[in-house]
Write a protein of this length. Structure first.
Length: 491
């Protein structure tokens, strides 16, 4: 069994250098956790303007000229905090531009995204092949989401020995779909454009390529791995995923337990732990003051930190908010998204002054204070591949109410008579994404909130759970070892 493995982690974003979503957090945390286990994990990513600006010490590794893409340089650098080695793709025409990694300043997708992330995929494949220009030999190529999905296809058709590939899906809804003629433009052979290949309803799909050609597949929770094999959450890929179910594994993401630690969190005005909880009550009082809520220590405070979208179930929050408020509860909401839902939330706050606070936007410090100061956290997502806030909430002694889907189902233990008795309960879950089912779950939470002994036990249960990246990294390590044991390099 090989323990010293070289892992090339290919990604389109990494926190704090470039971030649009949870992929960036995983890309920063998982390679760092793997390195702590003794694996040599290195990250390949595009050299966006902000990435190069943050890494002035980056030095040249190799210069290449590629058909379609022209001159490209690979740079070497390290992550500022973790020291994880980076391999940065320098291509000014593709990556050094204003806007986000995927969109321009007006929110429109860059029209050449197929070229930009085709280059990322092609270089990931090159570095994982026997023709790599680097002395560092890749044992496993770990691809992430559609932006790297073509890499397994490139390797399949390369005709050279190559490392086995692992494809991780962070959100199946994003599939990297482009016109059919991009297949030839990206240097893939005509035979790749078929149902048994990269073709997807007459177009090319980067994600389908990864799902079809990668040796192994993972996604970010066991329940989500099951859900995406069915039509409701399969987004058209469920048939392919069903056919590859033996190669599909769900591994829950971890969280940064240093950044999210109520005993040392720099964003909090007081600190606390499972053994000494008095600081949490003080934070609640100060949060009520900060948000203009009535200073009522006994009023149950519900927190929400989310994109304001129907997928995240924020319409369900709006639907039950009046009943929660009538029961004496308060709401603290932070997020942005759908303009219609944002307006409805603003109206809710104006209708219930002192009882509802809505902050549109995002504020990292406020997010930490809501997690710490709230009593109960609402997360009624219609689907959620993994989710992070339900894990932050448990760590902070703030009991989550979640829709039983994806990673929410895998990380929150519903408070039932059985789980309360055996000490495993850590929150509340409901099965149907309807206002009635959601309200019933919150009422169960409120019924226990007024029982100080039970509530204390529940909070302690959640705070003692292990959501560290070390646990997730060990599962990836075992999977890498199994891939190497069963997958010989492809000739």
């Amino acid at each position: 069994m090989k323990t010293k493995m070289n892992i090339l982690f290919a990604t389109s974003e990494i926190y704090p250098l470039a971030k649009t979503g949870g992929l960036a957090d995983v890309s920063a945390a998982l390679p760092a956790a793997l390195r702590k286990l003794g694996l040599d994990a290195r990250v390949l990513l595009p050299g966006y303007t902000q990435v190069l600006a943050a890494l002035p010490e980056a030095r040249p590794l190799v210069s290449l000229t590629l058909p379609t893409h022209g001159a490209v340089r690979l740079l070497s650098a390290t992550m500022p905090d973790s020291g994880v080695p980076l391999i940065i793709i320098e291509h000014a025409g593709y990556f050094e531009r204003s806007g986000s990694p995927y969109q321009d300043g007006s929110g429109q997708d860059w029209p050449d995204n197929y070229l930009r992330f085709g280059l990322l995929s092609q270089l990931a494949a090159l570095l994982a092949s026997a023709t790599s220009p680097l002395a560092w030999h890749v044992d496993i190529l770990h691809c992430n989401d559609w932006q790297t999905g073509l890499a397994p296809a490139y390797l399949h058709f390369s005709g050279t020995a190559a490392a086995p590939t692992l494809m991780t899906v962070h959100n199946l809804a994003y599939q990297g779909i482009f016109a059919a003629d991009t297949c030839a433009l990206l240097g893939l052979p005509p035979e790749s454009f078929s149902m048994q290949g990269v073709e997807y309803y007459g177009n090319l799909s980067f994600l389908k390529a990864g799902l079809f050609y990668a040796d192994q597949l993972t996604t970010v929770s066991p329940t989500y791995a099951e859900e995406i094999q069915h039509e409701t959450l399969g987004f058209g890929m469920h048939g392919l995923l069903q056919s590859r179910h033996d190669a599909l594994t769900g591994i829950v993401n971890g969280i940064d337990t240093d950044a999210w630690n109520p005993a040392s969190d720099p964003h909090l005005p007081r600190h606390y732990s499972a053994a000494r909880m008095t600081g949490k009550a003080v934070i609640k009082q100060l949060l009520q003051q900060e948000l203009g809520l009535n200073p009522l220590a006994d009023a149950p405070l519900f927190g929400v930190i989310s994109r304001i979208t129907p997928q995240k179930g924020q319409d369900l929050v709006l639907a039950i908010a009046p009943q929660l408020i009538q029961s004496g509860a308060q709401l603290a909401i932070l997020g942005s998204g759908d303009s219609v839902l944002e307006l409805a939330l603003r109206r809710l706050a104006s209708t219930y002054p002192g009882k509802v606070s809505v902050v549109i936007g995002y504020d990292e410090g406020l997010a930490h204070r809501i997690e710490a100061g709230a009593d109960i956290f609402l997360m009624p997502s219609r689907f959620e591949p993994c989710g992070l806030n339900q894990m932050y909430s448990q760590r902070y002694g703030t009991l989550p109410v979640v829709h039983r889907t994806g990673g929410l189902a895998d990380t929150v233990v519903d408070a039932t008579d059985t789980t309360l008795a055996d000490g495993s309960a850590s929150g509340f879950a409901f099965d149907s994404a309807t206002p009635g089912a959601f309200l019933t779950a919150t009422q169960r939470a409120l019924a226990l909130y007024v029982n100080p002994v039970q509530w204390k036990k529940l909070r302690k249960n959640g705070m003692q759970r292990d959501f560290s990246w070390e646990s997730s990294a060990r599962q990836y390590q075992a999977l890498y070892q199994s891939i190497l044991a069963t997958d010989a390099p492809v000739a």
